[in-house]
Structure formats: C-alpha cells, structure tokens
Design a protein around this ligand. Structure first.
Ligand SMILES: Nc1ccn([C@@H]2O[C@H](COP(=O)(O)OP(=O)(O)OP(=O)(O)O)[C@@H](O)[C@H]2O)c(=O)n1
Ligand SMILES: C[C@](O)(CO)[C@H](O)COP(=O)(O)O
Length: 253
C-alpha cells in the first residue's frame, strides 16, 4: 500500500499578480508550495510527493522543496498548459507500486494534514474517488442570457441598458445539496489513470480542461464521494486571499 500526492504548482498566478509564480510566493517567510507540501508530508499517510511546476522555474522549486527537508521523497516535473495537463504529467511519473493518489493544489496551502488523512482513509476504506466538500453559504442561482425581449416586454425601450449588464436566472438549485469542492482529492490509482486517459483530449485547451480530477472520474460514470472539507483549505487566488491566509496562519498555525 503506497500513497503518492501530486501537488499542482505549475500555474502562473495571474490573479495574484506577483512577480513570482504563485506557488513560490512567500507566506510568513515560506513559499506557498512548501506550506502545502509540509502539511501533506506530515499527515503520516503520504509516501512521496510529485510537484508539477512551471518549466522555467524547476530549479527554484527543487531548491525550496529540498531545503524544506520534508521527510518524504519529493520530485519536481514540468507542468502543462492547464491544471489537468499538469496533473497528467505528474501522474505519468508516479511509480507502478502506488495504489492511491492524492491530487492537491499548492494554492490551497493551508489545507491541514488531517484533511489529507481523512481523504486517504476514505479511499482505503473502498471509496475509489473522494473529494472534500464544504456547505455553500450563499444562495446560488444558475444564469443564462436575458434574450432580446426579456425586459422590453415589461418596460418598452429599456432593453439596451438592462441587457448590457444583466443575466437571467434560469435555475434556483437547493442550497442544502450543494458543496464547494476542495483539495486534496483522493483516488484509487487505476481509476485516476483511466479518467485522465479518457479525458486527455481536453487537457491542452484551458476552456475544455477539467477544473478538477473528480469531474474526470464522474465523466466516466463512476461514483465520487464527498467527505467533510476544512475552512483552512481555502484557495489562494487573489491578494485578498493571501492576506486572509496570513491571518489564518497567525491564528491557527
Ligand atoms: N497550467 C496549470 C495551471 C494551474 N495549475 C495549478 O492548479 C492550481 C489551481 O490553479 P489556480 O489557483 O487557478 O492557479 P493559477 O492558474 O496559477 O492562477 P491564475 O488563474 O490566477 O493564473 C494551482 O495550484 C496551480 O499552480 C497547474 O499546476 N498548472
Ligand atoms: C481543484 C479545485 O481546487 C477544486 O475546487 C479547483 O477546481 C481548481 O480550479 P482552478 O480554476 O484551477 O483554480
């Protein structure tokens, strides 16, 4: 029984707007990727970590991860054009004896070790695809285009202004059955291999690529299970998220 963790870190972090790739941006003196890798490595159920990173920064990633002395083997590989492609590139290097794979985002740097442990336990208990999920606090709606007559029918002459700024609500899903999905996500290795092989044609185009690995599994018609997520596993996307992560770290470590 061997578990590998793929820690995606090949994104550029456009929305964070830092001069460094997002995963190298420091938080309390350590790069985001090190925070995430340390928490994975110390969960006690991860045997090796593979980090897909931007091709022009491989040496920097190797250097910070080796200096962190994580206690499990860590390899850095060149990532791809989309998150999906980066995971596929890393998965191709995972040794054949690995039977469970976690896929985690360096951008969810403060996801606690207990979350990785919970996900691996669920996979080892027989659930072959597992994601952490948290309840959605807002009312969520589905939207579509207003259409040319949506407003004019009611208030003649107003469609040009209203149509430029509004969408039409097309669905009101029941919030109690919605979950925000986090990482790390955990998979039976053979199932994850099959899901990536079947979805490979989508990986090269960001607009078609899967936004997570569980949706590739779901596309096969296979079940995906949800375990409780963790508020600390927020995704650091914008400067505001980084400020929030700083506060979380000060409060909870
Ligand atoms: N080609 C890519 C794109 C993203 N990621 C990783 O996928 C995770 C989630 O992506 P996101 O938070 O959107 O990061 P970026 O793509 O870097 O952000 P942005 O869209 O603002 O550039 C991150 O850990 C990121 O490094 C990756 O490994 N390879
Ligand atoms: C995998 C993920 O973190 C689950 O919520 C999310 O889908 C990543 O999305 P991104 O667009 O690559 O940031």
């Amino acid at each position: 029984m061997t578990t590998a963790a793929i820690l995606t870190a090949a994104g550029s972090g456009t929305r964070l707007g830092h001069v460094l790739p997002k995963a190298l941006v420091p938080l309390a003196g350590e790069p985001l990727v090190v925070h995430a890798a340390r928490r994975l490595a110390s969960c006690g159920v991860v045997d090796l970590v593979v980090v897909p990173a931007p091709g022009d920064h491989l040496a920097a990633f190797e250097s910070v991860l080796s200096a962190a002395d994580l206690g499990v083997p860590v390899t850095v590989v060149t990532g791809g054009m989309s998150r999906q492609a980066s995971v596929a590139a890393a998965l191709a290097t995972v040794p054949p004896d690995v039977d469970v794979v976690l896929v985690h985002d360096a951008a969810r740097s403060l996801a606690p070790s207990s979350l990785a442990e919970r996900v691996v336990q669920a996979v080892r208990a027989g659930r072959r695809a597992v994601v952490p999920g948290v309840p959605v606090p807002d009312t969520v709606v589905e939207v579509g285009p207003e259409g040319p007559t949506a407003v004019e029918d009611r208030v003649p002459g107003t469609v040009a202004t209203a149509g430029a700024t509004a969408e039409l609500v097309t669905g009101n899903p029941d919030r109690s059955v919605l979950r925000s999905v986090q990482t790390p996500q955990g998979f039976d290795r053979a199932l994850l291999d099959r899901a990536h092989a079947a979805g490979a044609h989508r990986a090269g185009d960001e607009s078609l690529a899967a936004t997570d690995d569980a949706s590739l599994v779901a596309a096969l018609g296979e079940p995906v299970h949800v375990v409780p997520g963790d508020a600390a596993a927020v995704k650091i996307t914008t400067p505001r998220d980084l400020a929030l992560a700083r506060l979380l770290l000060e409060e909870h470590g």
